[in-house]
Design a binder for this molecule. Structure first.
Ligand SMILES: NC(=O)C1=CN([C@@H]2O[C@H](COP(=O)(O)OP(=O)(O)OC[C@H]3O[C@@H](n4cnc5c(N)ncnc54)[C@H](OP(=O)(O)O)[C@@H]3O)[C@@H](O)[C@H]2O)[C@@H](O)CC1
Ligand SMILES: Nc1ncnc2c1ncn2[C@@H]1O[C@H](COP(=O)(O)OP(=O)(O)O)[C@@H](O)[C@H]1O
Ligand SMILES: [K+]
Length: 481
């Protein structure tokens, strides 16, 4: 598992650790790791040009000490002092002693960035608030347009560490070296997208860290959570999933949701709705009824919503599914028919899987607002509906209604997943895992993981059906088989 901790937690851990260690040791550990990553990015250190964007806090101190190490290995280092009278004193002294120089004039600073081989971004770390201020903004822009590799210290400056929001101008890094633990901004978009490749460095604060606010599953976590059929398994024990999706107008959604469900290990799939013919043509193993969920027979979980349209039948379908006592996943058109009171009153779990636009409609906001505040949005939706919510997008988030468990973030996805119908496959996949008995948060986060991994394994341009077909390979891959 990868964990993300908030700033308050990191600061408390830092204090506790520092109380046991010689002064300055944490910063030296940070600087050593930064210098090593910087040297790697440069290939050969001697004779290269390194520029340090230096803010007024400890983040600038880390960067200056790292630059001093590179200067000692023969790099020509220029520190751009954004607030010259407030630069980290010991860090600056170390750099000057190692032969580095400083610039403060805006023109000279921008020229230095433009001709750098490596830029160390030490403007702000976890102490940054709001977007970059104007002086820092022009430097971030210069770093973005130069050919230099940009290495962010702890976080790309300008992002909000706790929320992943990007309130204004920010640095775009090729690589971010972060200390002690991931900060939410490194895992949640839009900030995560600015961080580039991530490198987590153990500086010794781990034992003092409290509970994480975020977690990201890795292969081993998924392997431990996925069901494995045993000797006594039969199709009912493996889980029967009901799919109520598709309409005369959108039969494809039924086929795709069923495909996702079948490839994620369901013992059987029952389909209820007007798309039965299309479903059977592709998947003869499915038990089909043209009626509503009532007519389908017993299932262990329902998936409702993809391609239902918005007619009276669609409403009946959603309310019948919600009236059952099994887990229900509601996606797409089904999300437009949700009353929070009905969802909250359910005794079995409910999982909602909106994309940003659907989440915005549920929250009474605009899409851009949800995109900008993904972490808040997913938490708020989960609380309001008393449901587990999977917010789709480049970094998919999963939040539980209690608000007490860390939000799960999924990073396996690829932009190729943004193809019509791939969300339908995801809902079937998640429904199958719910039917198998996984807790809603585990089902949703494992489904997002496998879905993203399937798209990666399918490689390159893909259709939604390609994603469904790659799910068994993703499953085997996650299981290490
Ligand atoms: N945790 C750990 O274990 C360890 C942490 N370490 C390091 O410490 C870092 C945290 O350091 P920190 O607390 O000094 O804050 P930091 O991020 O440097 O920024 C604060 C300064 O920036 C300024 N400023 C604020 N917003 C701004 C903006 N938008 N645009 C421009 N400027 C802005 C603000 O100035 P002011 O508002 O006062 O004008 C303030 O002076 C952490 O990320 C890690 O790198 C390591 O040394 C190893 C151990
Ligand atoms: N940029 C992206 N990177 C990774 N995954 C993405 C990206 N954009 C969309 N996705 C994923 O693609 C899927 C699209 O689902 P959805 O928006 O419901 O589309 P549809 O309704 O066409 O099926 C979701 O799983 C979402 O997380
Ligand atoms: K930084």
């Amino acid at each position: 598992m990868r964990y993300g901790h908030d700033v308050a937690n990191v600061r408390a851990a830092e204090q506790a650790t520092m109380a046991r260690l010689p002064g300055g040791l944490l910063m030296q550990r940070a600087a050593a790791a930064l210098a090593a990553t910087g040297a790697e990015a440069l290939g050969r250190v001697y004779g290269t040009r390194v520029v340090v964007l230096t803010g007024s806090g400890a983040n600038g101190g880390d960067a200056l000490f790292a630059a001093a190490r590179l200067a000692r290995r023969g790099a020509g280092v220029t520190a751009v002092l954004i607030t010259p009278d407030r630069a980290h004193r010991e860090g600056l002294a170390a750099l000057l002693a190692a032969g580095g120089r400083t610039v403060t004039a805006p023109d000279a600073s921008l020229r230095a960035v433009a001709s750098a081989d490596l830029v160390l971004d030490g403007i702000t770390g976890i102490g940054g608030t709001g977007g970059l201020r104007p002086a820092a903004e022009s430097l971030a822009e210069a770093a973005r347009t130069s050919d230099a590799a940009v290495l962010a210290v702890d976080l790309p400056s300008g992002v909000d560490a706790d929320t992943g929001e990007v309130p204004g101008a920010a640095v775009r890094a090729d690589v971010t070296v972060t200390f002690g633990t991931y900060k939410p901004a490194l895992l949640v978009d839009p900030a995560a997208e600015l961080a580039g490749a991530l490198r987590l460095v153990d500086i010794g604060i781990g034992p003092d860290l409290g509970a994480p606010v975020l977690e990201a599953l890795q292969h081993a976590d998924v392997a431990a959570l996925l069901p494995r059929p045993g000797g006594e398994s039969d199709k009912y024990r493996r889980g029967v999933v009901g799919v109520a999706a598709g309409s005369a107008r959108y039969p494809g959604a039924a086929v795709l949701a069923v495909s996702g469900a079948l490839r994620a290990g369901a013992g059987a799939v029952r389909y209820a709705g007007p798309g039965g013919e299309a479903v059977l043509a592709r998947h003869p193993e499915v038990l089909v009824t043209a009626g509503s969920p009532h007519a389908a027979g017993r299932v262990q979980a329902w998936v409702v919503g993809p391609g239902l349209g918005d007619g009276a039948d669609a409403r009946t379908t959603v309310s019948e599914a919600l009236a059952t006592d099994v887990p229900v996943l509601v996606d797409a058109d089904g999300l437009r028919m949700l009353d929070p009171r009905t969802v909250r009153a359910r005794t079995a779990p409910t999982v909602l899987t909106p994309h940003a636009g659907e989440a915005a409609a549920l929250l009474g906001r605009v899409r851009e607002d949800v995109e900008a505040h993904r972490l808040d949005s997913v938490r708020e939706l989960a609380a309001r509906f008393g449901a587990t919510v999977l917010l789709k997008g480049s970094t998919t988030l999963v939040a539980d209604p209690s608000g007490e468990t860390p939000v799960r973030v999924n990073a396996t996805g690829t932009a190729w997943l943004a193809t019509a119908g791939s969300g339908d496959v995801l809902s079937g996949l998640c429904g199958s895992l719910l039917a198998a008995g996984l807790a809603p948060r585990d089902a949703a986060s494992c489904a997002a993981y496998l879905h993203g991994l399937a798209a990666r394994l399918a490689q390159g341009p893909l259709s939604a059906m390609d994603v469904a077909e790659a799910v068994p390979a993703a499953w085997r891959n996650a299981m290490g088989a």
